[in-house]
Design a protein around this ligand. Structure first.
Ligand SMILES: [Zn+2]
Length: 266
């Protein structure tokens, strides 16, 4: 850790996430169906890449609506951000660095789940990451377009989630992800990201994505979306502060744990 400068690591994490934002249009409906039984329309917004004192962290914590924050393990403000989010009423999940198909190793941050690791080492890293993030109720992937398509890797990750009583949010950085299928088999609750809020870091784009979230929630009853602290952080937080209170009253903002299917089977 000491070898990596803090500024570089911040940039690297942000670049990593932006690089991982590939098309996720396929399979958009399946997570929505999972929550369709509830009466109210529900939106869960997840903010990734906490744990490194990134731009927008304070504004996200002060969100006017309940959020879920995904905190990276083993970073300078991992514990502070997890405790802070819990204190102000947001859900906390572990933002687990996982191997991408493309992109630099340095974008992943420490403790990453690589597909060439032995079973025991993957298990040990997932357990250690969960231990690092207080109050975690779930796990999602940072990058991970390669690892989430690897059945051996995901079986181990999801077995640990099951043992620890955590759900898994598939960020859907790869449409070939096996998370949903393996999670169903192991009876681990799996949720899926449907919209990236800030894959382009401009206020105009983030506002358009927010409108897409409203439309998705109206038509499908639920919507799960992912935004970020870091490069787009302050803009994402500003749109959230402005647009969330203006949502129609029949749309509720909920924490991700409130979206977990009651049956435990996705
Ligand atoms: Zn990330």
């Amino acid at each position: 850790m000491q070898l990596i400068s803090r500024a570089w690591l911040k940039l690297a994490v942000s670049l990593g996430c932006l690089a991982a934002l590939t098309a996720i249009s396929a399979d958009v409906g399946s997570a929505a169906k999972a929550g369709a039984a509830a009466d109210a329309k529900r939106i869960a917004i997840v903010i990734d890449d906490l744990g490194n004192n990134m731009a927008g962290t304070e504004e996200i914590m002060a969100s006017p609506v309940r959020l879920t924050v995904a905190v990276m393990p083993f970073l300078p403000t991992t514990k502070r951000d997890a405790e802070w989010a819990h204190r102000v009423g947001h859900d906390v999940i572990v933002h687990l660095p996982m191997e991408p198909l493309r992109g630099r190793r340095s974008w992943l941050g420490p403790g990453a789940i690589m597909t060439d690791l032995a079973d025991d080492e993957i298990r040990r890293r997932v357990e250690a990451a969960i231990d690092e993030v207080p109050f975690a109720v779930g796990v999602n992937n940072h990058m991970g377009s390669k690892a989430t398509a690897d059945e051996r890797v995901m079986r181990i990750v999801l077995q640990v989630c099951k043992k620890r009583g955590l759900f898994f949010l598939d960020s859907k950085t790869n449409y070939r992800s096996v998370v949903s299928r393996v999670g169903s088999e192991l009876e681990v609750p799996v949720l899926q990201n449907q919209i990236f809020l800030d894959d382009v870091a401009s206020t105009a784009h983030i506002s358009r994505q927010f409108e897409l979230i409203r439309k998705q929630a109206t038509e499908q009853q639920t919507c799960i979306a992912i935004g970020h602290v870091g490069i787009p952080g302050k803009k994402t937080a500003a749109v959230l502060h402005q647009a969330a209170p203006a949502m129609p009253s029949d749309i509720l903002f909920v924490r991700l744990s409130e979206m977990v299917p009651k049956t435990n089977i996705p």
